[in-house]
Design a binder for this molecule. Structure first.
Ligand code: HEC
Length: 120
């Protein structure tokens, strides 16, 4: 083997080894951003946080600022879902009284009802 051929062989084998990989990383599918688009809305996963951030400062236990009832438990919220939906979507007298929540929050609670008022 002459010198030129030897260099050529080294370069080629270098390329081959550099480009080969035993890992399957490149072939793994991207993580699914929404693993289960058909999942149902539940109180624990979706509704509880909306109520605690927007309602419990008044509808807590004990209640405050003259709120007429507490919304601290799953049962409290479930039993009053119709009154809740009507007031969170009421433009002239909304709950919370400071103004309507974003529509994503409001439709989440509607969807929770449509999905059957699941706890978890
Ligand atoms: C700043 C205090 C305050 C916050 C925050 C608040 N409420 Fe109220 N809520 C009241 C008061 C006071 C009343 C009674 C007077 C009235 O009906 O407007 C009331 C009444 C209600 C009623 C009774 C309606 C009826 O006619 O029986 C519902 C349902 C309700 N709130 C739901 C909610 C929900 C759901 C949230 C959060 C998204 C919320 N409230 C946030 C103070 C609050």
């Amino acid at each position: 083997m002459n010198f030129k051929k030897m260099i050529y062989t080294l370069v080629i084998s270098g390329l081959i080894f550099n480009c080969s990989s035993n890992s399957n990383d490149d072939l793994a599918p991207n993580p699914d951003p929404d693993p289960d688009p058909n999942a149902k809305i539940t109180y624990d996963a979706n509704v509880k946080n909306i109520i605690s951030s927007n309602c419990l400062q008044c509808h807590g236990n004990p209640t405050a600022s003259s709120a007429p009832f507490s919304l601290t438990t799953f049962t409290d919220v479930k039993n009053r879902v119709d009154a809740i939906l009507s007031r969170i979507n009421n433009t002239s007298s909304p709950m919370p009284p400071s103004g309507q929540m974003p529509s994503t929050n409001r439709s989440m609670i509607q969807q929770w009802k449509d999905d059957g008022l699941l706890e978890n």
